[in-house]
Design a protein around this ligand. Structure first.
Ligand code: HEC
Ligand code: HEC
Length: 159
C-alpha cells in the first residue's frame, strides 16, 4: 500500500476535478439495499459505489488494485487534494469551530462536500464520523480503499 500511496500522491499534483454532482447520495441507499438483498458479490457492490458516488468523475477503473485518474481529473490539478490528504485535512478541520476556520479550511470543507464525500463521511462537530450509508458500507468492508481494490482488480481476480 505504501508505494501506491506515494505514487498516487505524486499523481495528485496533476489530478483535479470538480465533479458534477448530479446524484444526491446522502439518503439511505435503497438500490444498495436491494443489491445486498439480491446477494450481489463484493465486486458488484464496489462497482455500484464507484459508479454512483462520484468516484468515477476523478478515477478510472484501474488494474492491479489501483485506481487510475480520468483525463478531466488530471486537467484540473490546481489546488487539489486527493482522497487521503483530504480526509486527513478534514479530521483536523472538524475540530475547529465553524467561526474559527480559516478561509482555506472553509474552502476544503466545501469541496469535501461538493466531491460527494459527505454522503458517507459525516462532518460531526469535533469528529469525523460516518453517515448511515457510510456505516453500512464500512460494515460490508466497502470503504474507499476496499472499493479501489475491488473495482480495480476485476481483470485479475487471482489477486
Ligand atoms: C475530486 C476528485 C476525486 C474524487 C471525487 C474521488 N477521488 Fe479518490 N483520489 C483522488 C486523488 C487525486 C487521489 C490521489 C491522491 C491521494 O491519494 O490522496 C485519490 C486517492 C484515492 C485513494 C487512495 C489510493 C491509495 O491506495 O493510496 C483511494 C482508495 C480512493 N482515492 C478512492 C476513492 C473512492 C472510492 C472514491 C469515491 C467514493 C473517490 N476516491 C473519489 C481524487 C478523487
Ligand atoms: C459511498 C460512501 C463513501 C463515499 C462517497 C466516500 N467514502 Fe471514503 N470511505 C467510506 C467508508 C465506509 C470508509 C471506511 C471507513 C472506516 O473503515 O473507518 C472510507 C474510507 C476512506 C478513506 C480511508 C481511511 C482510512 O483510514 O483507511 C479515505 C482516505 C477516504 N475514505 C476518503 C474519502 C474522500 C476524500 C471522499 C470524497 C472524494 C470519500 N472518501 C467518499 C465511504 C465513502
Amino acid at each position: 500500500m505504501r508505494p501506491l500511496i506515494i505514487l498516487l500522491i505524486a499523481t495528485a499534483g496533476i489530478a483535479v476535478l470538480a465533479p458534477n454532482q448530479n446524484e444526491k447520495a446522502s439518503a439511505p441507499d435503497a438500490a444498495l439495499d436491494r443489491m445486498i438483498a439480491a446477494g450481489k458479490n463484493p465486486q458488484e457492490l464496489a462497482q455500484y459505489v464507484f459508479d454512483t458516488h462520484g468516484c468515477k468523475s476523478c478515477h478510472t477503473v484501474g488494474h492491479d488494485g489501483k485506481l487510475g485518474f480520468t483525463e478531466k481529473g488530471q486537467e484540473r490539478a490546481k489546488g487539489f487534494e486527493g482522497c487521503i490528504s483530504m480526509l486527513a485535512a478534514m479530521t483536523v478541520i472538524v475540530q475547529v469551530a465553524d467561526d474559527k476556520r480559516t478561509p482555506q479550511q472553509r474552502d476544503k470543507a466545501k469541496r469535501f462536500a461538493e466531491f460527494g464525500c459527505t454522503a458517507c463521511h459525516k462532518l460531526a462537530p469535533g469528529a469525523l464520523g460516518l453517515t448511515q450509508v457510510g456505516a453500512k458500507l464500512q460494515h460490508l468492508h466497502l470503504g474507499c480503499v476496499n472499493v479501489e481494490r475491488l473495482v480495480s482488480s476485476q481483470a485479475s481476480p487471482q489477486r
